[in-house]
Design a protein around this ligand. Structure first.
Ligand code: GDP
Length: 297
C-alpha cells in the first residue's frame, strides 16, 4: 500500500515482496523465520547470513527474492503502521496445528486486515502428535480468513519449522501471492523507505536498518530519517558485506546518521546537507512545540 503517484508507470519495475510473520506467542514465528533463512540459495555463494539485522532477503532456486521483516511481535508492525509506513506486502499468519487459533492469532488477523495485506496461513508444528490442521482452518472461518480448500482465496500451507518441512511450498505460496499483487517500484530515482530498527553502537555510531521502498540508496547519499540526518558512510547486509547501493524492497544497515531514528520512521535521500539540516530543524521544532502544547494542555 505505498502511494507513489509521482512515478510514471513505465519507470516502475517488478520488486520482491516484503513479508512479515505474525501469530500467537510460541506458535513458531522465530523458528519459522530462522528456517526460511536457510532456504536462501545465495548462502553458499556469499557465506550465509552472519549477523542478525531487522530484515533479510532470501534468493530462491527460481531466482526470485523475498524480503522478510525479522521483527516478530505485533508491536513493531503497529509502530510502523501508525507512522504511515506500510512496509509489509504480505502477512504470514503462523498458527500452531496443535494449539489452534488463539487471542494473538486473532489480533494478527486484524492487523493484516487493517493494513490491507493479504494473509498466507502457515499451519506450523505439523510434526506434533496433536496436530489438527483441519480445526485450524475451520476456526479461521469465523475471522473471515477463508482458505482455498473452503472456497476462499487464502493459501494455507502445512509446515514444521522444527523439521523444516513445507518450507518450499510456503515460499512458492509467497511468490504466487506476490505475482497477484504485481509489486513494482521505480529504481531510478533518489531512494526513500522505512526504518526497521536502529541503535547507537560503541565504535560504529548510529546503525539503522532500513528498507528501500523506491529508488536506489547509494553510499555517499545524504539521508534524512525522522529527525536524524547524515551521509551514508556504509551499507551493510545481513551477510556482513559492504554494498555500494540497494534497490526497492532491499534491506541493509546504514552507518552515518547522527542519531537513532525510531522504527517505522520514513527516510528519504535529499540533494544537499543544507536541505537535510533545514528538514531536521523543522521537525525538531515541531516536536518541541507539540511537547510543550501537551505540557500546557
Ligand atoms: P514464537 O514465540 O512464535 O516466536 O515461537 P518460537 O519460534 O520461539 O517457538 C516456540 C517453541 O515452539 C519453541 O520451543 C520451538 O522450538 C517450538 N517450535 C517451533 N516450531 C516448531 C515445530 O514446527 N514443531 C515443533 N514440535 N516445535 C516447534
Amino acid at each position: 500500500g505505498f502511494i507513489d503517484s509521482d512515478d510514471p508507470e513505465e519507470a516502475k519495475k517488478p520488486r520482491p515482496p516484503v513479508v512479515t510473520v505474525m501469530g500467537h506467542v510460541d506458535h513458531g514465528k522465530t523458528s519459522l523465520l530462522d528456517a526460511l533463512r536457510e532456504t536462501d540459495v545465495a548462502a553458499g555463494e556469499a557465506g550465509g547470513i552472519t549477523q542478525h539485522i531487522g530484515a533479510y532477503q532470501v534468493k530462491l532456486k527460481s531466482g526470485d527474492r523475498i524480503t522478510f521483516l525479522d521483527t516478530p511481535g505485533h508491536a513493531a508492525f503497529s509502530a510502523m503502521r501508525s507512522r504511515g509506513a506500510q512496509a509489509t506486502d504480505i502477512v504470514i499468519l503462523v498458527v500452531a496445528a496443535d494449539d489452534g487459533v488463539m487471542p494473538q492469532t486473532i489480533e494478527a488477523i486484524k492487523h493484516a486486515q487493517a493494513a490491507n495485506a493479504p494473509i498466507i496461513v502457515a499451519v506450523n508444528k505439523m510434526d506434533r502428535e496433536g496436530a489438527n490442521p483441519q480445526k485450524v482452518l475451520t476456526d479461521l472461518l469465523q475471522h473471515e480468513v477463508i482458505v482455498e480448500s473452503m472456497g476462499g482465496e487464502v493459501q494455507a500451507i502445512e509446515v514444521s519449522a522444527l523439521k523444516k518441512t513445507g518450507l518450499n511450498d510456503l515460499t512458492d505460496a509467497i511468490t504466487m501471492q506476490a505475482e497477484l499483487l504485481e509489486l513494482t517500484a521505480n529504481p531510478d530515482r533518489p531512494a526513500d523507505g522505512v526504518v526497521v530498527e536502529s541503535q547507537v553502537e560503541q565504535g560504529r555510531g548510529s546503525v539503522a536498518t532500513v528498507l528501500v521502498k523506491r529508488g536506489t540508496l547509494k553510499r555517499g547519499d545524504i539521508v534524512v530519517a525522522g529527525s536524524q540526518w547524515g551521509r551514508v558512510r556504509a551499507l551493510i547486509d545481513e551477510r556482513n558485506q559492504q554494498l555500494k547501493s540497494i534497490g526497492p524492497s532491499q534491506p541493509a544497515e546504514i552507518l552515518g546518521l547522527d542519531g537513532a531514528p525510531e522504527p517505522g520512521e520514513l527516510f528519504a535521500v535529499v540533494d544537499s546537507e543544507a536541505r537535510a539540516r533545514e528538514i531536521v530543524d523543522y521537525r525538531q521544532r515541531q516536536k518541541r512545540q507539540s511537547a510543550s502544547a501537551a505540557g500546557t494542555g
